[in-house]
Design a protein around this ligand. Structure first.
Ligand code: 5MM
Length: 345
């Protein structure tokens, strides 16, 4: 079992590609559709996910896609299960298994991520459907008083219980502790919070007996709050992010697949590229597990119009390609507009 988990985690993050997160819950997906005037129905969500999953050549840049419960049960217009489309293209099937966040008592409106009830049974079902990896996201907001150690500990504990259950089922857990970039906090404050969160997460993972070679970490990058007037230079952000990761993430972890966290599309690519261009002494692969930063321009072009599918897929492919270049340390912002060459359909 450990050999399989190690190989599956390695294939997700160490082969030059990244992960495309398309696991928005229906509420989140509908909210994004609503902003663009797209009808908010299960059929529209299905059509959009078909656009993403069937984009020609996406498998060259993306090693796995994370689906939502609704999506893993859906098929293309021609009746082919999405899971089968992905597997036929060599793209690993992932599934979001947390059931979202709820307010945590005895905190200042902090959240705890839920979904442990019945998880063993759901993992068995998803595994039988073809999922080889899963995802659980804990969320931490930075304010002068948060995150509290109570919220950090509770969420880290839940992440570890989830990860242990995944590995028992032969499924690679993506462990996603997100420190939100909303707010006006400094880079240093984000570094301190991220360090404390990751320390708690790895302590709980160890306590739960989780096999670290068979997980993928999906953290936020260390950023100054979006509302902070002093935005650090790229080099400062790179140094802070690498410093925190070196302080907290054991070398046994094969790879770190960052979330984009609301960053501008190209900024998220540029930061990933800069992280991979830094002195090559990181023991883990550094890649992407982006949602918005890859999907956004494609979604904005599509807007629910069937005639725009082909161009939206091309736009999607361009972002996936540029992020794969960034993951390989070969991203050049000056060459963003280059044509896609050698992409098989
Ligand atoms: C942080 O969000 C995850 C990564 O996406 P970004 O790169 O856009 O930050 C993403 O996988 C997220 O966990 C899912 O979209 C599920 O979100 P909801 O809010 O629907 O549970």
């Amino acid at each position: 079992m450990q050999t399989d988990l190690r190989a599956a985690a390695h294939d997700l993050v160490c082969t030059g590609g990244g992960i495309l997160a398309i696991d928005e819950s229906s509420g989140t997906c509908n909210a994004r559709f609503a902003k663009l005037g797209i009808e908010q129905t299960a059929e529209r969500r299905r059509a959009y996910r078909e656009l993403l999953i069937t984009a020609p050549g996406i498998g060259e840049f993306v090693s796995g896609m994370i689906l939502y419960d609704e999506t893993i049960r859906q098929s293309t217009q021609n009746g082919v299960r999405f899971v089968d489309v992905l597997r036929a293209r060599g793209i690993a099937v992932g599934i979001k298994v947390d059931s979202g966040t709820t307010l945590m008592p005895q905190t200042a409106d902090e959240t705890i991520t839920e979904g442990l009830d019945g998880l063993r049974k759901r993992l068995a079902e998803y595994g039988a459907m073809g999922a080889t990896f899963a995802k659980w996201r804990a969320v931490f907001r930075i304010t002068p008083d948060t995150p509290s150690s109570r919220a950090v500990q509770a969420n880290a504990h839940a992440l570890a219980r989830y990860a242990a259950l995944c590995q028992e089922a032969g499924i690679v857990p993506i462990v996603e502790p997100e420190v939100l970039a909303d707010g006006d906090h400094s880079l240093e404050r984000c570094a301190d919070v991220t360090r404390a969160v990751l320390r708690a997460v790895f302590s709980e993972l160890e306590g739960a007996g989780v096999f670290l070679e068979g997980i993928v970490l999906k953290p936020s990058m260390v950023l100054a709050g979006f509302a902070n007037a002093r935005q650090p230079a790229l080099g400062e952000t790179v140094a802070a992010t690498l410093r925190v990761l070196r302080d907290t993430v054991p070398a046994a972890v094969p790879g770190i697949a960052f979330l984009s966290g609301g960053q501008d599309d190209r900024a998220a690519t540029q930061l990933l590229g800069a992280l991979n261009a830094a002195p090559p002494d990181a023991p883990w692969a550094l890649t992407f597990s982006y949602g918005r930063a890859i999907q956004r321009p494609a979604l904005e072009h599509w807007r629910g119009n069937p005639e725009s599918v082909g161009e939206a897929q091309r736009i999607l492919l361009q972002r996936a390609y540029q992020n794969a270049l960034a993951a390989r340390g070969a991203y050049d912002p000056a060459k963003e507009e280059r044509l896609l060459i050698g992409v098989a359909s």
